[in-house]
Design a protein around this ligand. Sequence first.
Ligand SMILES: [Zn+2]
Ligand SMILES: [Zn+2]
Length: 241
Amino acid sequence: MRAAAVIKTIVDVILPPVCALCGNDVRRDRLCRGCEALLESMAIQPPFCRVCGIPFVSGSSTPHTCALCCIGTPPFIAARSAFVYDACALDAIHAFKYNGRVALARALGAFAAQASPCLCDGRPNVVMPVPLHKARLKERGFNQSLLIAREISRLQKTPLDYANLRRIRPTDQQVRLSAKERPKNVKGAFALERPDMVRGKAVLLVDDVYTTGATIRECAAALNRAGAKVFAVTLARAVKL
Ligand SMILES: [Zn+2]
Ligand SMILES: [Zn+2]
């Protein structure tokens, strides 16, 4: 047995592996079966908008474009989310983001990787998280979107770039603002350090929650200006059911 395996066995005996969400004992998985099933029950199912990914609660099951995306084409090609932002999915994301349960990144990242939009010509060239401003990063201690992006990058074997896209000024937390105030709050807040690095590339942008889409749109617009094709994935999507 290799030294690393011996150490892991000793650690598992002293600190038995537990579900990253509820704390129940688990064997191999990072989530217990119960928590996994609960999260799976929150997965976004078709039909949804083929551009922004918002699920349609009624009407035709044929893939189509939602009214908002018809009125104004978003600066991304497609956005998708793993869960509806409600119930246990909301609890899991809050535990991960606000209570520092970073061990959830692996399980949640796997769901996000699975939900990632399909590119007709293969994988994206690079995975990029929505950046935090350095002041917010200092306060929280980690960027939740980077932890998810890292997991997607590992699972999809796609390079991760967390340094190029920067938040160049502090912004208010979107969660505290109305839908009308959000685009203004993030307007001009993102820039690329090396725009040449993304020219002609397919970028998978990663964030935790898509509410009005203002943050994703602003990041995507910056990437578009640099000549990138943008796809986006978030853990959850706020949907009024
Ligand atoms: Zn559990
Ligand atoms: Zn749409």
